[in-house]
Design a binder for this molecule. Structure first.
Ligand code: 5GP
Length: 125
């Protein structure tokens, strides 16, 4: 069910619970500012989620409210996670709000790769 990607932040969303260690994840990387883990329902051979440790509900929230250090920390983590895919390429996706189908109201970046990923956006039915 898509969520509204605008505040307020729900402290019990699934990624907040993963950050608190209440729910397990297959961790790929953890830094001061970010956590990366495998998506539970991968859409490609590599499908990793990178989330900020701060409480940001969506891309809009993160991009306007996060500090420069948090922003750099998040995107450096994305770069590190994606590095093994550089030879063949990868796709970065951030879904924000209802039209994009955002499901989890904690900002996250998808890194997908390991096969040709096809069209960027589905054509209207
Ligand atoms: P969104 O549609 O919000 O951009 O993507 C949310 C992603 O989170 C989906 O790809 C979904 O498979 C993933 N996801 C949802 N719940 C869990 C979970 O409990 N653990 C992990 N690792 N991924 C999850």
């Amino acid at each position: 069910m898509p969520v509204n990607g605008l505040p307020p932040y729900d402290t019990n969303n699934i990624f907040a619970r993963i950050l608190r260690g209440e729910i397990p994840c297959k961790k790929v990387l953890e830094t001061e500012y970010a956590l990366a883990f495998h998506d539970i329902a991968p859409q490609a051979p590599t499908h990793i989620l990178i989330i900020p440790k701060g409480a940001y509900v969506s891309a809009s929230d993160f991009n306007t409210q996060a500090s420069p250090e948090e922003m750099a920390g998040l995107w450096r983590a994305v770069a590190e996670v994606a590095k093994p895919l550089e030879a063949t390429g990868y796709r970065i996706i951030c879904n924000m709000g209802v039209d994009a189908g955002q499901e989890v109201p904690h900002f996250h970046v998808h890194v997908l790769g390991g096969r040709p990923l096809g069209v960027m956006v589905a054509k209207p039915a």
